[in-house]
Structure formats: C-alpha cells, structure tokens
Ligand binder design. Structure first.
Ligand code: 1HE
Length: 268
C-alpha cells in the first residue's frame, strides 16, 4: 500500500526528496516569516497524511529565511474577522496537521532558527526532535496579542517544559534561547553552525532504522502517554511483540550475534 507524493501540488511548502529516504519540507513564505495561514496548514495536513504510506523515511522540517515560523498568520486572522466557530474549525485543522505529525510514525526533525514563536513553537513541538541554532528563540506571544494558544501548546509545550513555565511565557511574553532553552527541554540539540545541516544528519541516521521500528518510536510512545500506566505497559508489550519479531530485524540481530554489528560506545 504505497502512494505517491506529488510535490507540484504544494505552494507554501517546498518539498524535496533526498537519497536515503530523507525528505526536506520547508515552510516557504519567508517574506511573511513563514506565518501559518490556512493554505500552509492544509498542505501540512496533506503531506503528513501521505508520508507514512509513501515510504518517507524521515523528514526535516525547516523554515526558509532567517526565521523558522512566526506562528498564526495574524493578518489573515485579522482580515477574516472570524466567528468563534470559524476559528475553532481553524484550530481543529491545526490539530489535524500536528497530530498527523506526532502520531504518524515518520520521524520528523525540526531545524530551528530565528523566531519559533506562538503557533511556530506549537508546530515545532509536534516534531520528534528539535535542533536549535544560536539564533533560535522560543516564545508564546499570544497573551500580548489578545489571543490564546490554539495549536496544541497547552499539551505539547507543557509536556516539554511544564505548566508553570508555559503559563509564565504566556503571561509575560518571556523569550528563551540558547543553552537555557536547551536545558529546559525546548530542544534536544543546540548547534554552533547550521541547525538545518545538523537536522539532515540526524534524519539520515534515523532513516537507517527499520521503518516499523521508527513507526513505533514516532507513534506508540505518544499514544502510550495518553494511556494509564497499566494500559501503556500492555500496549508496549503488544507493539514490541510485533516490532521485535519482524523478519527484517533478524539480519541485524544476526550481525550482533556474529560480532559484525557496531557496539554501543560513547562518542569521544
Ligand atoms: C506576519 C507574521 C504573522 C510576520 N502573521 N504576518 N505571532 C507573533 O505574534 C509573531 C509576530 N511576528 C513578529 O514578531 C516578527 O514578525 C518576527 C519577530 C517573527 C520577525 O520580525 P522581522 O522584523 O524580521 O519581520 P517583520 O517586519 O515584523 O515582518 C515581516 C513581514 O512578515 C511583514 O509583512 P509585510 O507584508 O508588511 O512585509 C509582517 O506583517 C509579516 N509577518 N509575522 C502574519 N505572525 C492557533 S493559535 C496560534 C496563535 C499564535 O500563533 S499567536 C503568535 C503570533
């Protein structure tokens, strides 16, 4: 059951398939600081709905220009003068996109630079790995704009850094960057050079895993967080039953047994 992704159907996302199953998905409205308008959200829904069935091994999610993403398209929102129901449906499309990302089973590595704010942070939080460069900063300016988060920050940003920090960010507009942001858990990597290059390297590494292992890592872990500990342990056993007996794993296990597989060592 494989489907084709036709990259010519995308306008606000630039999409490129690289060797080794790595796909580069770039928010491509740098003149608008990659603000998330309706069209961009629909394209994210489409790409991340298709990716798990299209043989995508791993995705690097990037933003064109100096900023990853400025969040909700405030101009579109202002001009549309939406009703509560209208905006609820907008938010439900954001959730559709971000849930497809978090639960889809395809590893997503976000390459962050400049502003990662509001909905931009919500988007980054739906990726499985975040890589910041020295210019990257995170904030939730919703409070200052007379808004509230609508793209999952109450769940995902709280998961990353805790409720107290998230509330403080929203009340005061606090901005985090650099080592402090890393230490707090906004990202797993902080690099001196290009976050994009580092993200590509990580994506290539992840794409070498067996697809079924990656599916479990990038889907089951999130699902299990929504379960009771008892149910999660049961689900983990079932998933491990399927993944750990896959035929493709036998070659890797044989390589360990005959001592040709790489050993686990710390990098020096
Ligand atoms: C935008 C947006 C946007 C820029 N929607 N058009 N997000 C925010 O509150 C962040 C708003 N943006 C900024 O604070 C700044 O733009 C940045 C720090 C990201 C970048 O600053 P800078 O000086 O490089 O750019 P700029 O001059 O502010 O903006 C350049 C253009 O991008 C300009 O358009 P132009 O046509 O006048 O050239 C801006 O209008 C446009 N632009 N950001 C629309 N966000 C589901 S609920 C989620 C709720 C939220 O996400 S709230 C957080 C919203």
């Amino acid at each position: 059951m494989s489907i084709e992704i036709d990259i010519s159907h995308y306008k606000n996302l630039a999409i490129e398939a690289q060797e080794g199953g790595v796909w580069i998905v770039t928010l491509n409205r740098p003149a608008k600081r990659n603000a998330l308008d309706i069209e961009t959200i629909e394209e994210l829904v489409r790409f991340f709905s298709d990716a798990p069935r299209a043989g995508v091994g791993a995705v690097v999610l990037a933003g064109a220009g100096d900023h990853f993403c400025a969040g909700l398209d405030l101009i579109e929102h202002h001009d549309a003068d939406r009703s509560p129901a209208d905006f609820m449906h907008v938010c439900l499309r954001w959730h559709e996109a971000f849930n497809k990302m978090e639960y889809g089973g395809v590893p997503i590595i976000a390459a962050l630079q400049g502003a990662v704010v509001g909905g931009g942070l919500e988007l980054a939080s739906a990726a499985h790995i975040r890589v910041m460069d020295e210019t990257a900063y995170v904030a939730l300016p919703e409070g200052q704009r007379g808004l509230f988060t609508g793209g999952g920050a109450t769940i995902r940003v709280t998961d990353l850094v805790g409720k107290a920090r998230m509330i403080d960010m929203m009340l005061t507009g606090r901005v985090y960057k650099g080592q402090e942001a890393l230490d707090l858990g906004f990202a797993q990597y902080l690099v001196d050079g290009s976050s994009f290059d580092a993200a590509v390297e990580l994506a290539r590494k992840a794409a070498q895993n067996l697809p079924l292992s990656n599916f479990a890592i990038c889907s089951a872990v999130s699902h299990m967080q929504n379960m009771s500990a008892m149910d999660a342990a049961y689900a983990e056993a079932v998933v491990a039953g399927v993944v750990n007996t896959q035929a493709e794993a036998r070659t890797r296990l044989a390589a360990f047994a005959d001592k040709t597989a790489a050993r686990v060592r710390p990098t020096t």
